[in-house]
Design a protein around this ligand. Structure first.
Ligand code: KG4
Ligand code: ZN
Length: 356
């Protein structure tokens, strides 16, 4: 069964053709990062317009690479939540139009669940339940994944997402966007123990907070009197003098910041795996591309004897292959929708709250 997947929730326009939920025949990703770079984050209106310009060429390229046509597809899967509404609507409208014209079933897909599905694509042979750490630009959460389409929310961030913290720290250091890869690169020249940034070991299982760390980076870069720290928490260490930071100092801040994020992500994942009594761990989402995080998780799982699923980089950051893969599984489970479904800025309740 061949599925067309479409992804436009944030700043990547992507179309993919995936066979039987696993075999990627094409996965075209057009990144808008350069358009948003000067703003240090994604500008929603620019994102929507760029998706509009890219969606048809990206679809054409996907079909050309897969050597197939829309007539070969059993259904169309499209991300309809969570994300920027204007951006989502471009993909949703393209998908609905194709479904209407070609009389194909359509499956709306939750972007977070699609990130989790990347773990299935990376390790289809693993059938045991696993604990998945989902770390992206907009979300940081832990899930128990029972099957490709059944995820139980264990807990998440109470404020910023890990990727958002990377992006904001990079902006403070004047590095550009997206911040994660830039911080990682600069951190290679720095000392991860140079600055004692705060680690928020939130009480209660699986809870994260990164806003205190962000404020600590702000103080470190601009001095203690810097504004506007919305939430102040933890120890920020001594402020460096105002004015441009030396390259060496920036590298130390980047390395120490990255170490603080990795410590918390790995520590919380370890607690969740132990509490759930499983022995398989997965990491998904854009921040899962982070080298030191991958190494720290490998180290943890090696020591504990746990199996680790690390999807390849192109399945960690936003892509439509994970959308097509999950869409195929949802379609097989009877989850096709009528053409009047909407786009939403928030995730399905079941993926963000343990109450439902
Ligand atoms: O999953 P994703 O592509 O988009 C969302 O769904 O948000 O994640 C994007 C996030 C950005 O915040 C970006 O800075 C971060 O992933 N990211 C990284 C790395 N590559 C991307 N963070 C840390 N290290 C990386 N190598
Ligand atoms: Zn994403």
């Amino acid at each position: 069964m061949l599925v067309l997947g479409i992804e436009t929730s944030c700043d990547e326009t992507s179309a993919a053709l995936v066979e039987d939920g696993l075999m990627i025949r094409a996965n075209i990703v057009s990144s808008q990062a350069r358009l948003h770079e000067r703003y240090g984050g994604v500008v929603p209106e620019i994102a929507s317009r760029a998706h509009l310009a890219a969606i048809l060429p990206v679809l054409d390229e996907a079909f050309a690479q897969a050597r197939g046509g829309i007539g070969d597809c059993a259904c169309i899967a499209v991300t309809n939540r969570p994300g920027l509404i204007g951006a989502l609507l471009v993909g949703v409208t393209a998908a609905k139009t194709l479904a209407f014209l070609h009389n194909l079933p359509i499956v709306p897909v939750d972007h977070l669940q699609a990130h989790l599905y990347a773990l299935i694509m990376a390790a289809p042979q693993v059938k045991d339940p696993l604990v998945a750490l989902l770390v992206s630009g907009g979300h940081t959460a832990l899930y128990r994944l029972k099957s490709p389409i059944e995820a139980r929310f264990l807990g998440g961030t109470v404020d910023d997402a890990a990727g958002e913290a990377f992006d904001k720290a990079a902006k403070l250091l004047g590095l550009g966007y997206p911040g994660g890869p830039l911080i990682q690169k600069l951190a290679m020249e720095g000392n991860p123990r140079a600055v004692d940034f705060p680690r928020a070991w939130m009480e209660g299982a699986c809870r994260f907070s990164f806003s205190g760390l962000k404020t600590a980076v702000l103080y470190r870069v601009r001095g203690q009197g810097a504004r506007p720290p919305s939430i102040v928490a933890g120890r920020g260490g001594d402020a460096v003098s105002e004015g441009p930071l030396a390259h060496r100092e920036k590298a130390d801040i980047a390395a120490s910041f990255q170490q603080a994020v990795v410590d918390v992500l790995v520590g919380k994942t370890r607690e969740a795996v132990e509490a759930e009594g499983v022995d398989v761990v997965g990491v998904a989402g854009g921040v899962a591309a982070n080298g030191p995080l991958r190494e720290a998780l490998k180290d943890l799982c090696g020591r504990k004897g746990w199996r680790l699923i690390l999807p390849p980089m192109h399945l960690c950051t936003d892509n439509a292959a994970m959308v097509a893969g999950l869409g195929g599984a949802l379609f097989a489970a009877g989850k096709a929708a009528s053409l009047d479904f909407d786009a939403y800025d928030h995730a399905q309740e079941v993926l963000k709250s343990s109450e439902s």
